[in-house]
Design a protein around this ligand. Sequence first.
Ligand code: GLN
Length: 188
Amino acid sequence: MKIGVLAIQGDFAEHIVMLKRLGVETCEVRLPTALNGLNGLIIPGGESTTIGKLSVDFGLMEPLRTFSQEHAVWGTCAGAIFLSKDARRNQPLLGVMDITVVRNAFGRQVDSFEADLTIDEVGGEGLYHAVFIRAPIIEAVQASARVLSRLPDGRIVAARQGKLLATSFHPELTRDTRFHEFFLALAK
Ligand code: GLN
């Protein structure tokens, strides 16, 4: 099992640490050729505009779209925005997940927060402690995309479409490995 992490901007190092804790072989992806032989890919949090622009510059857009058709891909926060079909503004998006997102939906950096979520599909004991940093909301899921988790007020913060996952929050910033384990099961 070898999982890549898109490593052009954002908190890719934290995802690598998490994957190593789970005993998985990892690869920092900066060039299209690095996708060869991977079982799955994580797109980290950061700035979705920067991740998008650099992906265009590095010739990654089409290789990432092709990879997403057959493999597990998980976007956290900015990564979720990058996977979406619609971010309600003009910026480079992979457009592989049938979700509409609203960027910075909770306000500015100082409005970052943590919340305990129920995520039935991810399983395990207890609530899932989630960290939101200038996070997007998944406003709507379309086609075969499904809601994985909502905040108590009903807003969608995690979605799945086949082997594609989008989370508004950052499991790589906690010590809870359940979400990464769930992703590895999809990548198998
Ligand atoms: N606000 C960032 C964006 O819109 C996402 C923040 C994050 O990834 N923590 O791209």
